[in-house]
Design a binder for this molecule. Structure first.
Ligand code: ATP
Ligand code: MG
Ligand code: FE
Length: 337
């Protein structure tokens, strides 16, 4: 089954063709990150307009890269939540018109379910149940993936997402948007151990996380250093920061795996590209005797293929969207429209 998949929830316009949820036939992506970097973050109105400009051409490219025509498409999948509402609406509207004109089913896909499903593309042997750590620009979740479309959130951030925190810390260190990758590169230049950064604890919900205190600590460090005319060891701070984020994420993930009895752990989302977090997860899984799956870097960030992968399993579960399908800025992983 060939699924044409659309993604426009943030600042990547992406169209892919995926066969049977596992094989990527094409994956056309246009990132707007350079444009938003001028403003230090995503400007929603610009994002929506750029999606409108790009989506039709990318669809042609995804089909031709796959060596297919529209006649070969069996269903259309689209991210319908969560994301910047004006941005999400672009792919939802476009996908509705494509599904209608081709006379094929339309499948709504939750963006974070898509991030998790990126792993199905990289690892043919991976099947639920497993425990997922979904860490991205807007979400930080520990999820028990009981089946392809049956998930339970075991832990979540109470405030900022891990990626948001990386982006903010990068900004105060003078690094460009999106800051996760440059922070990671800077961190690799130092062993760290210089700055003491806070670790949060949520009373009564020990699998939940909080990143706002960490974010404020980095902002204050940079601000105070500037006021006193001191120079920060930026590489050490980047390293200590990554370690602090990893300390929030990795032990809780392992504890969630222990409690749920899962022996397979899967990382997902843009922040899963982080080298410190990847290494810590690997070490923790080895120690606990768990198997770890982390997507290749290209499948960590937003892409259309992951939506095609999850779309296939949503289709098998009977999930369909009609022409009245709407876009949503926020939506729980388990909510249905
Ligand atoms: P969401 O998926 O929650 O809607 P999003 O789509 O914007 O948000 P992703 O595209 O999954 O998020 O990930 C982008 C985030 O990943 C950004 O915050 C970016 O800084 C971060 N990121 C990318 N590479 C790295 C890295 N190597 N280390 C840490 N963070 C990274
Ligand atoms: Mg992006
Ligand atoms: Fe994303």
């Amino acid at each position: 089954m060939n699924i044409l998949a659309f993604e426009s929830s943030c600042d990547e316009t992406a169209v892919a063709v995926v066969r049977d949820g596992r094989t990527v036939l094409s994956d056309a992506i246009l990132s707007q990150a350079d444009m938003h970097a001028l403003y230090g973050g995503v400007v929603p109105e610009i994002a929506s307009r750029k999606h409108v400009e790009a989506i039709s051409g990318l669809t042609d490219r995804a089909l031709s890269d796959a060596g297919l025509t529209k006649k070969d498409i069996d269903a259309v999948a689209v991210t319908y939540a969560p994301g910047l509402i004006g941005a999400v609406l672009v792919a939802v509207s476009f996908a509705k018109s494509v599904a209608y004109s081709l006379g094929v089913p339309l499948i709504p896909v939750h963006h974070i379910r898509g991030h998790i499903a990126a792993n199905y593309l990289a690892f043919p042997e991976l099947k639920p149940p497993f425990l997922a750590l979904a860490i991205s620009g807007g979400n930080t979740l520990i999820v028990d993936v009981k089946d392809y479309t049956d998930m339970e959130i075991l832990g979540a951030t109470r405030d900022d997402a891990a990626g948001e925190c990386f982006d903010k810390a990068a900004r105060v260190l003078g690094l460009p948007y999106p800051g996760g990758k440059p922070m990671d590169e800077l961190a690799q230049q130092s062993p760290g151990g210089v700055y003491h950064l806070p670790r949060a604890h949520v009373d009564g919900a020990d699998l939940d996380m909080s990143f706002s205190g960490l974010k404020t600590a980095v902002v204050n460090l940079a601000h105070n250093a500037q006021q006193k005319g001191e120079t920060l060891d930026r590489a050490a701070l980047a390293r200590d920061f990554a370690r602090a984020v990893s300390d929030e994420l990795v032990p809780r993930t392992m504890e969630a795996a222990r409690r749920s009895g899962r022996r397979t752990i899967v990382a997902a989302g843009g922040v899963a590209a982080n080298s410190v977090i990847r290494a810590d997860l690997q070490a923790a899984c080895e120690e606990a005797g768990c198997t770890l799956f982390v997507p290749p870097l290209a499948l960590c960030g937003d892409n259309g293929a992951m939506i095609g992968a999850q779309g296939y399993y949503e289709y098998l579960a009977g999930r369909r969207g009609g022409l009245s399908l709407n876009a949503y800025a926020t939506m729980d992983l388990n909510e249905q429209e």
